[in-house]
Every structure is written in C-alpha cells, then in structure tokens.
Design a protein around this ligand. Sequence first.
Ligand code: ZN
Length: 138
Amino acid sequence: MKTFRKELWFETRQRRELINITGTVANCLKESGIREGLLLCNAMHITASVFINDDESGLHGDFEEWLEGLAPEKPYSRYRHNGAEDNADAHLKRTIMGREVVVAVTQGALDLGPWEQIFYGEFDGKRRKRVLVKIIGE
Ligand code: ZN
C-alpha cells in the first residue's frame, strides 16, 4: 500500500471565504501516483472547514446568509467564547460545515458525483491556515 501526505496553505483576504480546491486536490492525487484507494482532505484548524457542494455563487451567498442566521459574527459579546478572541461564530460555522471529506480514488481520478466540488471554507481568515491531504491505496 502506498501513502501520500501533503499540506495546502491558505491566507484569505476576508474573514469568510469559500475556495474551490478540487483542482489542487486532484493535483495531489496525480503527484501521489495512487490509482485506487481513498483520499482524506481535512482542515487543520477549528475555525475552517472542508466540504463538498456545488460551485454556484447563489448557493454560496445562501450559505453565508444561513450561517450568519445560525451564528452571527456580531455582536461579539453574545458568545461566552469571546473575550480574548472574537471568533466564536467561526467555531460554530465550522462545526456545521464539517471538518473533512473522504473521496474515493478510482482509476487515478477523484470519484466525485457530477456536481460535486471540494471547498475550503474559511470562517476566521486573514491569517495562514492549512489543510491536510492524505491518500492511501495503490
Ligand atoms: Zn476561538
């Protein structure tokens, strides 16, 4: 069995951003040389997510509104976690959107559904953060 590990780094300009990382993850798979197996992709921070959904701007706006409705960024004072930090909303948003995805690797490609795209979801950005890609197989 072969294994492959790589870290992807991100520094967003805004506090919240959704970044399509499907091509970058596919390049990791190519680099690994693995043809059959499983690919894990996870955020290594507790205020960011990796998730799979549609790359459609209307939907991304819907995510922003939905998440702000569930866990609004402000007022910061509404959260017990805030004080030394101001990112309680980002922890909650990350929990809803998920930590990781697992994608099947078939014949050297990501075995995704027709509209499935992999996203990095940043909820407390403007600083360097990373995502882990781990691939196992042969
Ligand atoms: Zn925090």
